[in-house]
Design a protein around this ligand. Structure first.
Ligand code: URA
Length: 239
């Protein structure tokens, strides 16, 4: 990252405003390599400096990673002339940050959505070659059977499209968990359609090793923890 002003660096992390950072510095609460930072103009390289704010170590992140609990009825897009997008839902402090949704959930699908400015990580997470599994909970319009489970496990063919074998677990007569590592258009709905049932409700629960935070209200975001950022590319799977 190179040398950067400490006030800019700390306020870029979104936990403190520029004026709060200045006040922390005035109060001697910002340390760089164990030394009190005296002025907001002082410059440091975040890659090589150990920073502490108010007694807490602070890792400077180059990118932003937010978990959204996407509600139904909003588009997974950055902007749209007519419809509300997931970016429109972001609170003001996360606006104008070049954030975009990593991957798409249909307008009527809810659940875990990653919002980031890190194109490289988004690409890795979405590429089928990375084998990052996404877990969905689907409710269908008829009771599910072991034949459906077998059809998914065998790999579904739908017209000219083939979907890779997918694990499905029935959790109640009309509801199932399904894991896929591809992200084809309407994939889950089309797989069920090919098996002779329609999805009436769809929710994404997990990407890689990151679960939708049960305490995150619909339509809200929270930053991912360091651990969760690593876990996004976790290839472990199995229901
Ligand atoms: N599969 C679908 O059909 N829709 C989604 O939103 C995600 C996966």
């Amino acid at each position: 990252m190179g040398l950067q002003r400490i006030d800019k660096l700390l306020s870029s992390q979104n936990t403190l405003s520029r004026s709060e950072v200045k006040s922390m510095i005035r109060q001697g609460k910002v340390l760089a390599n164990g030394q009190i930072v005296k002025k907001p103009e002082e410059k440091f390289d975040p890659d090589t400096t150990v920073l502490e704010v108010d007694g807490q170590p602070l890792t400077i992140r180059q990118h932003i990673y937010l978990m959204m609990n996407k509600p139904q009825g909003v588009l997974s897009a950055s902007n749209d002339r007519h419809a509300k997008t997931v970016i429109d839902l972001l609170p003001p402090e996360w606006q104008r940050r070049n954030l975009f949704p990593a991957g798409r959930l249909d307008k009527d699908t809810e659940g875990l959505l990653l919002i980031t400015d890190d194109g490289e990580l988004a690409h890795k997470m979405l590429s089928p070659k990375s084998h990052v599994y996404k877990l969905y909970e689907a409710e269908c319009d008829r009771d599910l059977t072991e034949e459906d489970v077998a059809a998914f496990a065998g790999g579904i063919i739908c017209g000219e499209l083939t979907f890779l074998p997918a694990e499905m677990k029935i959790i109640s007569p009309r509801r199932a968990l399904v894991e896929i590592c591809e992200g084809k258009f309407h994939q889950i709905k089309r797989m069920f359609h090919a098996a002779g049932t329609e999805v009436v409700h769809l929710r994404r629960l997990r990407i890689g090793g990151v679960w939708l935070d049960e305490n995150l209200p619909s339509g809200m975001v929270r930053p991912l923890s360091d651990r969760e950022i690593i876990e996004l590319l976790n290839r472990n799977h199995g229901l």
